[in-house]
Write a protein that binds this ligand. Structure first.
Ligand code: ZN
Length: 61
């Protein structure tokens, strides 16, 4: 994993979290089922988000 540096505070301590409270948080608009969580990578010092990713983009193909 590439070393990250926070653009807000300069810290290189990042953690990951998952958006969605027990349910999928992003769903394909043209399908009834499926979907994915959103993964956030953010600075553990100040909370600046460096990356937002859909966890399972293949479910949208
Ligand atoms: Zn920071």
């Amino acid at each position: 994993m590439d070393p990250l540096q926070c653009k807000a505070c300069g810290s290189d301590h990042f953690v990951q979290g998952r958006m969605g409270n027990g349910a999928t948080s992003v769903k394909p608009i043209d399908k009834l089922s499926g979907g994915s969580f959103i993964m956030l990578t953010f600075c553990s010092e100040c909370g600046e988000v460096s990356s937002i990713k859909v966890e399972n983009p293949s479910k949208f193909k």
